[in-house]
Design a protein around this ligand. Structure first.
Ligand code: G4P
Ligand code: NA
Ligand code: NA
Length: 189
């Protein structure tokens, strides 16, 4: 997606060889017009896949996921992050390790909102190590739901997320792929 590449080039800040800040249009301030276009793109890619629900992980995935859900005319499910596991028989829960934050958290969703009748599209802002996406898919499988695919705005290809998802037979649609952030330089695929 050329427009997203342009925003990344003009407004993105390379923090180090692995992290790029995109606070001015994705993570802190959000560009609604961009998100609307992103939603249309994902919806176009997945329109024939009989999606019943779009899901995302709080919080930065919510804007693009909501626009995608609106475009596909299905509900949005927000998976929540909790610091630790607690006893609650109404929740599906799974532990996820975040490489970026170097700690574990519990990804949770109410059993009310996902069932075996669901075919779910997961949308997120970044794909990095893929542990968050793989955790989300574990939750969907606990509910006996199926996964239509994963859509991300920015896929950091030099990290193993897409490979891990593909190994599980999950399709990944990336609007932008970043090959390298070395030498403070953004290299797209
Ligand atoms: P994973 O999803 O691939 O397993 O990676 P990880 O857990 O390490 O990612 C943790 C958080 O860092 C996620 O957001 C993810 O979107 C974000 N992230 C990963 N790489 C980058 C990057 O290069 N730039 C930016 N800006 N963010 C990155 P979060 O902190 O868990 O939540 P939220 O921002 O959605 O609230
Ligand atoms: Na995120
Ligand atoms: Na983030």
């Amino acid at each position: 997606m050329e427009e997203l590449q342009k925003l990344i080039l003009t407004q993105g800040e390379v923090v180090n060889e692995e992290i790029i800040k995109v606070d001015s249009f994705i993570n802190h301030q959000v560009d609604p017009t961009l998100m609307e276009k992103v939603g249309k793109k994902f919806a176009e890619q997945f329109k024939d896949r009989k999606i019943t629900k779009v899901a995302t992980i709080e919080s930065s995935g919510i804007a693009p996921a909501l626009m995608t859900a609106k475009e596909l005319d299905v509900p949005l499910i927000i998976l929540k992050k909790e610091p630790s596991r607690y006893l609650n028989s109404n929740l599906y829960q799974t532990e996820v390790y975040s490489f970026t934050h170097q700690k574990n958290y519990e990804l949770t969703v109410s059993q009310k909102y996902i069932s075996e009748n669901d075919h779910i599209l997961l949308i997120d802002d970044f794909l990095a190590d893929g542990e968050a996406a793989i955790g989300a898919i574990r939750l969907f499988h606990k509910a006996h739901a199926t996964v239509a695919g994963v859509g991300v705005l920015i896929n950091k290809e030099f990290q193993p997320g897409e490979k891990k998802l593909n190994e599980q037979g999950i399709d990944v649609v990336s609007l932008v792929k970043i090959k390298s952030l070395k030498d403070k330089t953004i290299v797209f695929d």
